[in-house]
Design a protein around this ligand. Structure first.
Ligand SMILES: *Cc1c(COP(=O)(O)O)cnc(C)c1O
Length: 356
């Protein structure tokens, strides 16, 4: 199979795909409970946390909504510098919360001073931050952002979406003092779509007890009652739980530090190549994503034609997101992608450029 350089759903390893074909078992059974517990234990390692990690049957947007419904009664500040950050803001608004935006131009990072200023002006119960904005290839400095929240507004909860970066870039939930960290199955974790994983801090769970109208499906207090018995309130996505069991072994066998290094090396190779070919990354240095390089289309390539050419070789990249379509293109190098795949892709792009 040839690699896809799109930011989700990404390629899934054959043995992980095959794991989904195992016969179903009841989710109220010892075998399931053991697998579910095993998965949570290893997810804690991947999240760098001692806290609980929920395994939800929903894509990552579901857990964005869960964060809003469980941890915010009224007021939330959303840091918005791209499409997925905007989605989280919209989740807050459509759930009836008083949401404000800290708006930063697409392609730029949210900086600690900006957040500190906003928090000095008004008190918020929570802030939402996207770690790796997949629409722009910007990696926000979450560690530093969390530090200013702790300093300026210590009781404000810090919610972080790491959908396209968790396991590809180091995010230390406990050490950085994050209150809710979430990710999806189909991006950096390289699983099929349909699950997401979210870890709340102890104080976030305490807060949830005071929040009204948490709903039913995403009520984390209800999920907690079942989690302590290694199960879920509703039927879990069994086939995906099997796949997760196999994939977590593969991720930990590679080693998290090795995995971060592989992603960062692939990002550097891709971004260096682009710069050497007169195409600048959209994000400035220091804020460039390790998992998805977003490059300004400075050579005016016909992205549709480029993809047609790449697909003759079984590969594809992603066009720019929304208004950035054709002005930028995105090369996702996450999950199962290896450096040799990146080299093959860049050689093909080189060929395409020469023929232009
Ligand atoms: C893809 C993505 C989402 C949405 O996740 P789904 O699993 O598609 O719901 C949210 N945030 C970021 C940063 C993403 O890349």
């Amino acid at each position: 199979m040839s690699p896809m350089f799109v930011p989700g759903p990404v390629d899934v390893a054959p043995e992980v795909l095959a794991a989904q074909a195992k016969p179903m078992i009841p989710h109220r059974s010892k075998d399931f409970e053991e697998m579910f517990r095993r998965n949570e234990e290893r997810l804690r390692t991947v999240f760098y946390t001692q806290n609980r990690v929920y395994q939800a049957t929903a894509s990552g947007s579901g857990l964005q909504e869960a964060g809003i419904r469980n941890f915010v009664q009224e007021s939330v500040l959303s840091c918005v510098n791209g499409a997925f950050a905007k989605r989280w803001y919209e989740a807050a608004v459509t759930n009836g919360k008083q949401a404000d935006q800290l708006e930063v131009p697409w392609g730029q990072a949210v900086l600690p001073d900006m957040l500190a200023d906003a928090l000095k002006k008004k008190h918020y119960e929570a802030v939402t931050i996207v770690h790796n904005e997949t629409s722009t290839g910007v990696q926000n400095p979450v560690k530093e952002l969390a530090a200013v929240v702790h300093e300026v507004s210590p009781d404000t909860l810090i919610m972080v979406d790491a959908v396209s970066s968790l396991s590809g870039a180091k995010i230390e939930m406990d050490a950085w003092g994050l209150d809710f960290l979430l990710t999806s199955s189909q991006k950096c974790l390289a699983l099929p779509p349909g699950m997401s994983f979210g870890s709340p801090s102890e104080r976030a769970m305490k807060k949830a007890e005071t929040v009204a109208n948490r709903g039913w499906y995403f009520d984390l207090l209800r999920m907690e009652k079942h989690r302590v018995k290694d199960s879920t309130p509703m039927t879990p996505a069994m086939a995906l739980v099997y796949a997760l069991d196999v994939q977590l072994d593969r991720i930990l066998a590679e080693g998290l530090e090795n995995r971060f290094a592989r992603h960062s090396a692939m990002a550097k190779r891709t971004q260096d190549w682009a710069i050497a070919h007169d195409m600048q990354p959209l994000a400035s240095e220091g804020y460039r994503s390790q998992t998805v390089s977003t490059i300004q289309n400075g050579r005016n390539m016909d992205i549709a034609a480029l993809n047609k050419f790449l697909m003759e070789h079984g590969m594809r990249i992603a066009n720019g997101y929304g208004d950035l379509k054709n002005k930028t293109f995105r090369i996702a190098h996450m999950g199962e992608i290896q450096m040799k795949d990146v080299d093959t892709l860049l050689a093909l792009m080189e060929e395409f450029l020469k023929a232009m």
